[in-house]
Design a protein around this ligand. Structure first.
Ligand SMILES: [Zn+2]
Length: 330
């Protein structure tokens, strides 16, 4: 998690040559809150999709839906610490709606954390600013505790303590980058830009873009491209496959499966990247059509079985173990 805020990012310029910098803590708090509000939307949609599709993902992990934050990851750790009223560095960043951590009621935003099972993450070495390694280490540690012990006890600076047991989700982390407007998937994470146009859209349409990125991970696209090469022909096919899986992922999570095509139509009209993406992506109108073409299949599966079992029913564009499959005719 790379949170970037105002003076927490760059020390404010001094008011006079020798005067100490003036920091507007209310503005800092507001900037952090804006980041956290955007992050909350990402965590909520990500959890809902990763949880509801766990039955079909080849790689699942136990999760409690907690994301922590480390003051060392801010541009100005001292400013961020003071703005949030923390004594040391670790605190709750977000809990995904509906997750075990959220349902416990213990993980209020910015509540200071002093222990993850037996370890105090504040004791781990860090080289601030902009040091996010400790955040990753904390999440790795939480995941390991959940996998090995079926739960984790987390203690807070205010003396409180919570024991949380996990649920299975598709193995992907969702990270929001403040200084980014695109969205990516790298096999293990979905990285979402705070400047993404999806933030202007309603929940199901926003979730469609999160689902597209999650699709890359659950379909193993990054590793497949590593093996088969990132030539435009290959990228175009995995992009098409990710688009076509979106309605399946959405339907299982209780969203309207048609929201994927809605996203592409809106995004295409407002941000038609046209020639820039044409070599690696179909045109937005064709992408919307490809997504829409899956919707009747998804609705039929939902009607027959109450779930959209894409592990069994989804037509692949690539062979997971091999190369491209022949393009289907419609
Ligand atoms: Zn993509």
């Amino acid at each position: 998690m790379r949170a970037i805020v105002l003076a927490a990012m760059l020390a404010a310029p001094p008011a006079a040559a020798d005067a100490p910098p003036v920091i507007d803590y209310a503005a800092e708090r507001a900037a952090i809150a804006r980041y956290q509000d955007a992050n909350q939307r990402l965590q909520d949609a990500g959890w809902r999709l990763a949880r509801a599709n766990a039955a079909f993902c080849t790689k699942v992990i136990p999760s409690i839906g907690l994301q922590v934050q480390d003051m060392a990851s801010y541009g100005g750790p001292d400013v961020a610490r003071a703005a949030l009223g923390l004594t040391r560095d670790f605190a709750v960043n977000a809990v995904a709606a509906g997750s075990p951590a959220a349902l416990s009621g213990e993980f209020t935003r910015n509540r200071e954390i002093v222990r993850l099972e037996r370890f105090d993450p504040n004791d781990w070495p860090a080289t601030p600013p902009m040091a996010w390694e400790r955040t990753t280490r904390a999440h790795d540690h939480i995941d390991a505790m959940l996998a090995e012990h079926g739960g984790i006890t987390i203690a807070f600076a205010d003396g409180g303590e919570a024991r949380v047991t996990p649920l299975e989700v598709c193995a992907t982390r969702f990270d929001l980058y403040a200084a980014e407007s695109r969205a990516f998937a790298n096999g293990t994470r979905v990285i979402f830009g705070m400047g993404s146009p999806a933030y202007a859209y309603d929940e199901p349409v926003f979730a469609a873009l999160v689902a597209h990125e999650l699709a890359h991970n659950v379909l193993g696209h990054d590793a497949w491209l590593d093996r088969n090469g990132r030539k435009p022909k290959n990228v175009r096919r995995i992009e098409r496959e990710a688009d076509r899986l979106v309605p399946w992922l959405l339907a299982n999570a209780g969203y309207d499966p048609a929201a994927g095509a809605d996203f592409m139509t809106r995004w295409g009209k407002e941000h038609d990247a046209g020639l820039k993406l044409r070599r690696t992506h179909d045109g937005w109108d064709e992408r919307a059509e490809n997504m829409a073409a899956e919707v009747p299949l998804v609705r039929a599966a939902m009607a027959a079985e109450g779930r959209a079992d894409w592990a069994r029913l989804f037509r692949r564009e690539i062979s997971p173990e091999g190369g491209l499959l022949p393009r289907a005719k419609r």
